[in-house]
Design a protein around this ligand. Structure first.
Ligand code: UDP
Ligand code: MG
Length: 332
């Protein structure tokens, strides 16, 4: 088997956009995107990854492909979530560089020009850096900020401020991401984990053009948990410290009560402190079990080694070469 060259291209620039019920946004997006790509790349392709849309998103993309074959699409067999949709797009992007962007026009296509300029200067991981979060609701802003400060203190990979999915990745960085087949995908962490020469390019997040955000607070919470658990094992380790601390405390209490009993004799009262400590420690044990359960559940999901996604239809996108996933020989 021969290895595919991760830099093999038939377009200089690939754009990957996950779409879930974005029928109203695809037209306006392409209208703004195409001239930008025309200006800044010798050749380009746009890959929409239809993440189980239930509206006519796929039909609109199909029509766009008929007009311009550089507009391509993968249609996943169901909704796999934005992170997996991005992974599917990256697997199939053949550009010397790939831009990842949302299709709702929150990521202004014009910013791609500055990304490409930085890439031409030699940066391989150019991330869009949002200058403010005014487009998000105050509650989401607050929770996002809390999450990032928590991730900053416990995460084993540091995330650059304000960086999201809107970015440009060199083919080498894309190949690195392709090698990561984890199901609980926290892309922002993966982009930071791979390293490469990185730089931020500021952009202003616009309001969503049509429709509303596909992320409910429940989805965001699960995503945040995935993110934390994929990038830190601290929640697992912390129980050892709590265990040691409570054991020392229990030993001290035992010594105290033993001595007191030996000196003053048996003392019956103590019901309240007994019941409080029993429930307290039962609570702690359940909590620690719960945390372990969260990790075990994720391990279970990963060891099943199911495919990350299933493609129902390809529009202008060639199937992957069989040896696509072999990592280059300089990865250990
Ligand atoms: N998206 C997706 N699958 C999903 C949810 C969202 O492909 O399950 C896409 C969506 O169509 C959009 C992008 O991911 O292009 C960002 O989604 P959204 O605007 O809802 O997220 P937000 O901007 O609120 O973070
Ligand atoms: Mg959006």
């Amino acid at each position: 088997m021969t290895r595919s060259d991760p830099g093999a291209t038939d377009a200089e620039l690939s754009v990957v956009a996950p779409v879930h019920n974005e029928s109203e946004n695809i037209g306006p997006l392409l209208e703004r995107l195409a001239p930008v790509l025309q200006r800044c790349a010798a050749s380009f392709e746009v890959i929409f990854v239809d993440d189980g849309s239930t509206d006519d998103t796929l039909e609109i993309v199909r029509a766009a492909h008929a007009r311009d074959p550089r507009i391509r699409a993968l249609s996943l067999s169901r909704n796999f979530g934005k992170e997996v949709a991005i992974a599917a797009g990256l697997d199939h992007a053949r550009g010397a560089a790939t831009v990842i962007m949302d299709a709702d026009l929150q990521h202004p296509p014009e910013a791609i020009e500055s990304f490409v300029a930085l890439w031409r200067q030699g940066y391989k991981n150019v991330f869009g850096q949002r200058t403010d979060r005014a487009a998000d609701s105050p509650l989401r802003r607050l929770l996002t900020q809390r999450f990032y400060s928590l991730f900053g203190s416990v995460g084993e990979t540091s995330l650059p401020e304000g960086a999201g999915d809107f970015r440009l990745l060199d083919a080498q960085a894309v190949a690195a991401l392709r090698a990561m087949r984890e199901h609980a995908r926290f892309s922002k962490g993966l982009y930071a984990w791979i390293g490469f020469k990185s730089i931020g390019a500021p952009f202003e997040v616009e309001a969503r053009a049509h429709g509303s955000s596909k992320f409910s607070y429940l989805k965001l919470t699960n995503f945040a948990l995935d993110g934390l658990m994929s990038f830190t094992t601290l929640p697992l380790k912390v129980w050892s410290y709590i265990g040691v601390a409570t054991s020392i405390f229990a030993l001290a209490m035992a010594t105290f009560f033993l001595t007191r009993t030996l000196i003053f004799g048996v003392d019956v009262p103590g019901y309240a402190s007994l019941i409080v400590s029993i429930t307290f420690f039962a609570g702690i044990q359940l909590l620690s079990l719960g945390v372990i359960g969260e990790y075990v559940g994720r391990i279970f999901a990963e060891v099943k080694r199911r495919p990350l996604y299933l493609i129902e239809e390809r529009i202008g996108v060639a199937p992957l070469p069989e040896d696509n996933r072999l990592p280059p020989s300089d990865w250990v």
